[in-house]
Write a protein that binds this ligand. Sequence first.
Ligand SMILES: Cc1cc2nc3c(=O)[nH]c(=O)nc-3n(C[C@H](O)[C@H](O)[C@H](O)COP(=O)(O)OP(=O)(O)OC[C@H]3O[C@@H](n4cnc5c(N)ncnc54)[C@H](O)[C@@H]3O)c2cc1C
Length: 390
Amino acid sequence: MSTLQHQIIVVGGGPVGAAAALALSQQGFEVALLERGSAPPAYDPAGYDLRVYALAPHSARLLDGLGVWPEVLARRASPYGAMRVWERGPEHALRFDCADTGRAELGWIVEHSLVVDRLWAKLDGVVRYERAAIESAVFGEAGTILRLSDGRELRAPLVVAADGAESQLRGLAGIDTVGWGYAQRAIVCHVRTQQPHRATAWQRFLSSGPLAFLPLADGRCSIVWSAEEALAQELLALDDAAFLARLGEALEHALGEVLDATPRISFPLRLLHAQDYVRPGLVLVGDAAHAIHPLAGQGVNLGFADVQELARTLAVSRDAGRDWAGLRNLQRYARARKAANLEMLTLTDGLYRAFRLRVPGLKAVLGLGMEAVGRLGPLKAWLARQAANA
Ligand SMILES: Cc1cc2nc3c(=O)[nH]c(=O)nc-3n(C[C@H](O)[C@H](O)[C@H](O)COP(=O)(O)OP(=O)(O)OC[C@H]3O[C@@H](n4cnc5c(N)ncnc54)[C@H](O)[C@@H]3O)c2cc1C
């Protein structure tokens, strides 16, 4: 049996894990990345990945600091400068324009496969274990031991769990979660519309759930249609012509007819929050710590904010000569991120619940986007109360 020692082992090579490995390596830590699957396939611009993210400016800044953002922009990213949000009648939509925020754009729609490919391309200084299965883990103040199914043993003062919402490490550490399924499913595909998207994110709140049309760089839109399970299954089973017609009606033809669509994929939706983010020798980041309804497009953005905070907290402590991997230091990270993530989870859940109250006009007001809602102090407080009382 071979034993391999590292300073930090990041488990999970999705967007958040790969960003964590790169950020920590760039801070001068000796880092290993362990992924149960293979390295991501090379990004293929000929296809347009169905899994896209609405990246917020702070995520772009993180990726820029990692040297990845210019490479993403050079390949394909779709900046959007406006949002239109409505409940009934697109002519009554609330409008948000980047000019109002003093920024050149509100965010970018980027492909998951491109972000992951560019992050992995920069991992030269990181030891990689691919197709590696963890069999057991021992966590302690002296560090963590991971035993792999091939008999190898990996040791490090700190393991970062970035292994997604089903996190194996979170389970092995006995960290409980709170949360619930929404009994909703998000249907995702790319569509071509009769009218141009005008670099605008379009979102309509239907009583069955929100429908978003996000602008892609090739003129199409990526749709995310959240619907209760039975309706989602009905929509998934429709033939193309019937689905396009339903989609056009659901958006109230704000972009004219929907002309064609790629095959549809779907994801179940849920809220999940880890009760603790840290254990001796272990820290959770990304979906391993929190999963959120996609209506506010926040999932990966929260994960990138975790990465930023973790890299900063560990480096500051190490530079001050303190025990950077000690529980006390890890708790600094946990305090900062848990509060911020909980606030976003609560707000998003409050928005979801508020849509279902069917208060006329309210749903549209609530569709402002998390940042705008955050500026509406009383509404934010109301939403938080709603969620707290639920
Ligand atoms: C329909 C939908 C739309 C969304 N839209 C947006 C959006 O617009 N904006 C946004 O910010 N977010 C969005 N999200 C959320 C976003 O997809 C997630 O927040 C993001 O993928 C989380 O990244 P992650 O790296 O934490 O986890 P994941 O992407 O789940 O990656 C986990 C990685 O860990 C690996 N792994 C898992 N278990 C193990 C193990 N035991 N050992 C080793 N490796 C392991 C996996 O193979 C994978 O590579 C959306 C989600 C859905 C469902």
